[in-house]
Design a protein around this ligand. Structure first.
Ligand SMILES: Cc1cc2nc3c(=O)[nH]c(=O)nc-3n(C[C@H](O)[C@H](O)[C@H](O)COP(=O)(O)O)c2cc1C
Length: 187
């Protein structure tokens, strides 16, 4: 059986056309085929963040695109952290964590916090924020969060943070779509 994803093009307020893209789903299965799952989720465009915390042996951090705003009253955000990550327990165990929204020119920073095995903070002028949260310079926005809840999310943990501080800068965001970095045309 083929699962059908509709791609909607809104050409004008009155004209909406749908072109169809097929992805495969195995028959008789309760769970979606992993390729279909990845193909569908790859079509969700996101920004990119670096999530940091103070670990027992110094600052820790990783690149995460699974980030969302959650609530205004109280001000909550969420980020999903892989349970297999060597940073997972430090991010969950610290009193708070920082979320840095990356700008269009920060692919290198994203790669450092996704792939570097050695000191990811090497050469960065890290500021100490509230709750000892390590804050990185030069990102589009920075949120300092205290832990509000941690929930199981399959092979990830969902960290819900109550935002206790935020700073912003001007610039375009770095985006992630279909497994690659993208620049958004925001005009
Ligand atoms: C663009 C991009 C987005 C990512 N998003 C997430 C994410 O949302 N959650 C997560 O746990 N890992 C995510 N990762 C992977 C982690 O950054 C990576 O597994 C981690 O930094 C590897 O370090 P570790 O092996 O010590 O955990 C992402 C990686 C990239 C390149």
């Amino acid at each position: 059986m083929a699962a059908i994803c509709g791609r909607i093009h809104r050409d004008s307020l009155s004209a909406v056309t749908v072109s169809r893209v097929s992805v495969h789903q195995e028959p008789g299965r309760a769970a979606v085929n992993p390729d279909a799952f990845k193909a569908a989720l790859g079509r969700w465009a996101s920004g990119i963040t670096v999530v940091t915390a103070q670990g027992p042996d110094g600052p820790v951090g990783l690149t995460a695109s699974a980030f969302s705003s959650l609530s205004l009253h109280p001000p909550l955000v969420l980020v999903c952290i892989g349970q297999a990550s060597s940073h997972h327990d430090h991010l969950v165990g610290a009193p708070g964590f920082g979320v840095h929204i990356l700008g269009a020119a920060q692919e290198d920073l994203s790669n450092t916090f996704a792939f570097n095995r050695s000191d990811r903070f090497d050469g960065l002028e890290v500021e100490e924020g509230p709750l000892g949260i390590p804050l990185l310079p030069g990102t589009l926005a920075r949120l300092a969060c205290e832990h509000h809840a941690v929930t199981d999310g399959g092979d990830h943990s969902i960290l819900v943070g109550r935002v206790i501080g935020a700073t912003v800068a001007d610039g375009d965001p770095l985006a992630w779509w279909q497994g690659g970095y993208r620049r958004l045309d925001l005009t």
